[in-house]
Design a protein around this ligand. Structure first.
Ligand code: ATP
Length: 548
């Protein structure tokens, strides 16, 4: 890639440094390194020319990590948030800030059901600490949750966590490097969505912080705020049993009893509809009355009625995307609604119906698929085209201008392009798609998405290395429930052709919404005999919640 694209990548630098041959190379390498570092990588890991060390300067230059952190802007709304905190949030805010100001260790876990304002609290804290000239680090388990926090990074890139961390993983960050210096200087560190991370990962960070801080105190004695909601998605352990999932959870870590628990309980998202927020809490805690097999009743107001004729999906689509033909150009209309389903095949089907209804000219991008090391040509391209492994875009990507899409890879986290970021298509070129970010702090930012090579995760179980060259995006009128975690979406449709099958799925989906009136559920499973009303399954691993 370096040899092929050096000419293009260095064009600007060649113009401004025409007198030397080395300067354009060094500038190009530094510019590539800038992007690699934001993804926890660096040029020295690749077999290309290397960045030369600068001759010693009289004034020692601050490292990139600290310069970058000190330049994170504090949004005015985060400063304003400090005066809007509800009583529970204000108590949490004061307790945490007291530790920051007195420079005493603090190991907290902010627990609160979806919508209780955990993110709101983090943003108020980050705003306060940063506006006083101190360093506060924001991280989250997923890219989307990280992108909601100003200066947020995924915990993996922020703490340089190896992909395969386990009980024995020790050092992941050099003690002398910029990352370690940043940790030492940080007065506050936030890690949102911790319940989604495997405990081994958090324990690896603990070992590393102790090493960096030369301290035996948990997390090196930093003021560390973990937070999240165990009622929502737990760590994903492929093909695991319930006991294995529970064992991978933070509640089973030696760190858990050491954390000071802070509880938030007022649902700020659905504060205008208390019967909805109380219902959500009962669903999340597994306290909603069941009739049998974990079946719970849903309020009639939320049910999408099925007519005898026609597609049931059509009724759900009409409820969530009313008057699509008149509203499709409105960014607010598109971002304020979503249909959630549990499986990719359901999501694909709904997206296909909706893009068909969406006004405008169709643009289709066909992927180029190949199987690496398939010297005998066992796997024909036509066969590869039919595969759509988890997390990969389809072979035929059908789009329209103004249609909603979701990014499937982290391309540039410092500019809001994370795995899971929602966008709207604005224009199409042969090898580039012009889009606008619609979620998080980068909303309204115009970006370009390139066509890239993608492979499924190794545990997808293909006997060959599958490579698809395609734009790393999917349509996003509908998406899987787990992807919606952390987001507030005013009009939520829930598509249930079958019952949910794992912990927290029903709750994550329902708790994205703000009221019963704007949350619609299409239940297509058989009605239980002798019971009136509509029922669906709610699965809650109470053994995890019991530890809180
Ligand atoms: N004190 C507050 N005043 C006004 N609005 C608030 C307050 N706290 C939270 N909100 C609003 O309530 C909604 C939900 O808050 P937030 O996203 O912070 O909840 P959360 O606990 O992080 O939810 P989830 O677990 O689903 O990610 C947001 O729209 C947020 O702006």
């Amino acid at each position: 890639l370096w040899d092929t694209y050096y000419g293009d990548m260095s064009e600007d630098f060649q113009r401004s440094h025409s007198s030397t041959t080395d300067a354009p190379i060094q500038c190009t390498l530094k510019s590539i390194n800038y992007y690699l570092e934001s993804m926890g990588q660096s040029v020295d890991k690749y077999d290309i020319p290397q960045i030369k060390q600068q001759p010693l300067q009289t004034e020692p230059r601050e490292c990139r990590e600290i310069i970058e952190e000190m330049s994170v802007k504090v949004p005015a709304e985060d400063v304003a948030a400090q005066s809007k905190l509800n009583q529970e949030q204000a108590e949490a805010y004061n307790t945490i800030l007291q530790r920051v100001n007195s420079e005493t260790p603090g190991l907290f876990f902010v627990d609160g059901p979806g919508g209780t304002g955990k993110t709101f609290l983090y943003r108020a804290l980050l705003g306060k600490v940063r506006s006083e000239g101190m360093i506060a680090l924001a991280s989250a388990t997923s890219g989307v949750a990280a992108a909601i926090l100003p200066g947020g990074r995924t915990a993996h890139s922020r703490f340089a966590i190896p992909l395969q961390a386990d009980e024995t993983t020790m050092k992941n960050m050099s003690k002398q490097g910029g990352g370690a210096k940043l940790i030492r200087q940080a007065k506050l560190i936030i890690w949102d969505e911790t319940p989604m991370a495997k405990r081994h990962i958090i324990e690896t960070v603990d070992r590393n912080f102790r090493d960096i801080m030369d301290s035996d105190i948990p997390l090196g004695g930093k003021v560390m705020v973990f937070g999240g909601d165990f009622r929502q998605v737990l760590p994903v352990v492929p093909k695991s049993t319930r006991a294995e999932t529970v064992n991978a959870s933070l509640v089973k870590s030696y760190l858990w009893p050491l954390m000071e628990k802070i509880q938030l309980s007022t649902n700020m998202r659905a504060r205008a509809d208390t019967s909805f927020s109380n219902f959500l809490l009962r669903v999340g805690n597994g306290e909603e009355t069941t009739i049998k097999d974990n079946l719970i009743a849903l309020a009639e107001q939320m049910i999408v009625q099925q007519t005898q004729h026609g597609n049931p999906e059509e009724n759900l689509i009409r409820e969530i995307f009313p008057d699509l033909q008149q509203n499709y150009r409105s960014t607010d209309y598109i971002t304020e609604r979503i249909i959630l389903a549990s499986r990719n095949e359901f999501v694909d089907n709904l997206n296909e119906i909706l893009i068909g209804k969406f006004p405008g000219e169709t643009k289709t991008y066909i992927s180029f698929d190949s199987a690496e090391d398939d010297t005998n040509n066992y796997y024909q391209e036509e066969y590869l085209n039919t595969l759509t492994p988890n997390g990969l875009p389809p072979h035929r990507l059908v789009l329209k201008e103004n249609a909603p899409i979701m990014l499937l890879r982290t391309l540039d986290p410092s500019n809001g392009l994370c795995n899971g970021t929602r966008l709207i298509c604005r224009g199409f070129d042969k090898n580039i798609i012009h889009a606008e970010i619609t979620t998080g702090q980068y909303a309204t930012k115009q970006v370009f998405i390139p066509r890239i090579q993608l492979s499924p995760p190794e545990n997808e179980g293909y006997p060959f290395k599958f490579i698809r060259k395609q734009f790393p995006i999917r349509l996003c009128f509908a998406m899987t429930k787990n992807r919606a975690q952390g987001q507030t979406i005013p009009n939520v449709g829930l598509y249930l052709p079958q019952h949910v099958f794992s912990h927290g799925q029903l709750y994550v989906a329902l708790s994205r919404g703000i009221s019963m009136a704007t949350t619609k559920v299409l239940v297509m499973t058989e009605k239980p005999e002798r019971y009136k009303g509509t029922y669906t399954r709610n699965i809650v691993y109470k053994e995890v919640l019991g530890e809180i």
